[in-house]
Structures are given as C-alpha cells and as structure tokens.
Design a protein around this ligand. Structure first.
Ligand SMILES: Cc1cc2nc3c(=O)[nH]c(=O)nc-3n(C[C@H](O)[C@H](O)[C@H](O)COP(=O)(O)O)c2cc1C
Length: 269
C-alpha cells in the first residue's frame, strides 16, 4: 500500500481553529500505474473529501490537547453548535465518581443577559461574558439521597452483582450521611472536578478553547442561577474560541519537585 497525504485548508470545511487538515489516502499499488491510476486517486480523493465534510471534524489527540491547552484569556463569542456542546457535556457525564453517585450538576449559560449577570457574580471577569458558553459546575449535597435507587437500578441493568448492590445500599448512606458541610464540599469538589476536567479536555480535543474559573462568589452565583440550597458551586468553565493572543505558558515544576517514588522524599526511579 502506498500512502498519499493531501493538505487542504481547514477553513474550507468551515470549522475554524486549526490551520490545516491532512487526508490520508490509501490506495493499492496497482492504482498508481499510468493514467488510470491517477483517475483512481482522483475518485477516491473525492469520496474521501465528501466523507470528511459529512462526518468528521478533525479532533486533536489527547496528548496534543493536553500540551496545547492554555487557560484562555479572551473569547470571540461565536456560538457553539448544540451537538458540540452535548458532546462536551456527555464527556463530563462519563466521568467516574465515588460509588458512581454522579453528584455533579451543570448549568449551561449561553444567553447574553444571563452571562452578564454571571460575570457580575464572578468578580467581573470579562471571559465569562465573552465565552460562547459557560458551564457552571456544581455538586448536589443531597444528590445521593435522591439518586441512590437510580444508581443501583442502572448498575444492576449493567451487570452489577446483587451482593454489591445490597452492600452499596447501606454503605453509601453510612459514608455520606455523616459528613459535615466542609467534608461534603470536599467530597463534591473531588467528584465535580473530575467531570469538569473530562469536559475541558474534550472541548480542547474538539478544537475549542477553555477557561477554568474559581473566581466567583458562591452566594451571588446561587442567586443568579436560582440554585437549590443543597447545591455547591465548584468552578466555572468558559468554552469558545480564543480572541487575540493566547495566554503565556507559565511552565510546570519538574517531576522531582512534585512526584516521589515509594515514599515521600524518595525520587521516582
Ligand atoms: C480550578 C481552576 C480555577 C481557575 N480560576 C481562574 C480564574 O478565576 N480566573 C483566571 O483568570 N484564571 C483561572 N484559572 C487559570 C489558571 O490561572 C491557569 O490554569 C494557570 O495559571 C496555568 O495556566 P495554563 O492553564 O494556561 O497552563 C483557574 C484554573 C483552574 C484549574
């Protein structure tokens, strides 16, 4: 097999964001001999191009997204197609959580007036208003009370052993009902941030830019979004397309500074 790589303009697909797209074309050796071979290439090329337009949006690899992601300083405000937003949210909903209790709740803010109000609750950070969508990531302290049966039901449908279900029915309340407010917020922070990170990275893989934000006032966000009292706001995720220059890369500490092997203080071999 021979491989031919054609470079087409990314803009020609109307996606924006990346510079180029590369279509890989695999054609049998015989297809390359003489004029007939060229015709085969042309036709295959056309089919491939049509398939690209119809089905595929180029996605970054996870490694690329992790490497290239920056906390976006400013967004251009272009709307996000609903199906892209759903895909990002679904990534969040696929995250793991303690006992699979999924205590996260998300409020997606896209309306101009609501974004303005949310901005005022977030220390006037401009990117809250500029982002195409702001996903307000919350945890519900009472979620486990309401959702335990549903979680077990889904689990049993998916092959959860009866014995596991019986044990979870008592161990979940035993564990969570004793939490004081700080402990509950700590537990919710853990669960919600895993889901949040799934969404942030999925958005980056899809070619969007993201801005995680902890700069907001809990009470004010509650008021703007009319949240139930059991909700705890964990973080805001702005999603959209970068406007202007990206943020500088602040760099990261070396592994020896933050990672140990076997026990504290020993370098990882
Ligand atoms: C949970 C979380 C909350 C953050 N809150 C804010 C914020 O409120 N405002 C802001 O400008 N940046 C915020 N940041 C962005 C950080 O400043 C940024 O991630 C950090 O400087 C590293 O830069 P980088 O993400 O571009 O690598 C937040 C980041 C995280 C992970």
């Amino acid at each position: 097999m021979r491989r031919e790589c054609r470079v087409l303009s990314w803009e020609s697909f109307g996606f924006g964001g990346a510079d180029e797209i590369c279509i890989l074309l695999e054609i049998g050796r015989s297809g390359f001999s003489g004029v007939g071979g060229q015709q085969v290439i042309k036709e295959a090329d056309e089919i491939e191009r049509t398939a690209m337009v119809k089905t595929a949006k180029h996605e970054k690899t996870l490694s690329q997204a992790i490497k290239e992601r920056r906390a976006t300083p400013s967004f251009d405000g272009t709307p996000i197609p609903a199906e892209d937003l759903r895909k990002i949210l679904e990534a969040g909903l696929s995250a793991p959580s303690g006992y699979n209790m999924q205590p996260w709740r998300f409020i997606v803010v896209q309306g101009e007036e609501q974004k303005k109000r949310l901005r005022a609750a977030a220390f006037n950070q401009g990117k809250v208003e500029e982002a195409s969508a702001v996903i307000v990531a919350c945890g519900d302290a009472d979620g486990w009370r309401k959702d335990l049966d549903l979680m077990l039901h889904r689990g049993l449908e998916g092959g959860m052993p009866e014995g596991y279900a019986a044990q979870a029915r008592s161990s979940v309340p035993n564990f969570l009902s004793h939490f004081n407010s700080d402990e509950m917020h700590g537990w919710l922070n853990k669960m919600v941030m895993i889901s949040f990170t799934h969404m942030m990275l999925m958005a980056e893989v899809m070619g969007y830019d993201t801005a995680p934000m902890e700069g907001f006032e809990q009470d004010k966000v509650h008021e703007v979004l009319r949240l139930p009292l059991s909700y705890w706001v964990v973080a805001l995720l702005g999603v959209g397309h970068l406007k202007g220059p990206d943020k500088f890369n602040g760099g990261r500490f070396e592994m020896g500074h933050t990672v140990f092997g076997e026990e504290f203080g020993k370098p990882l071999k």
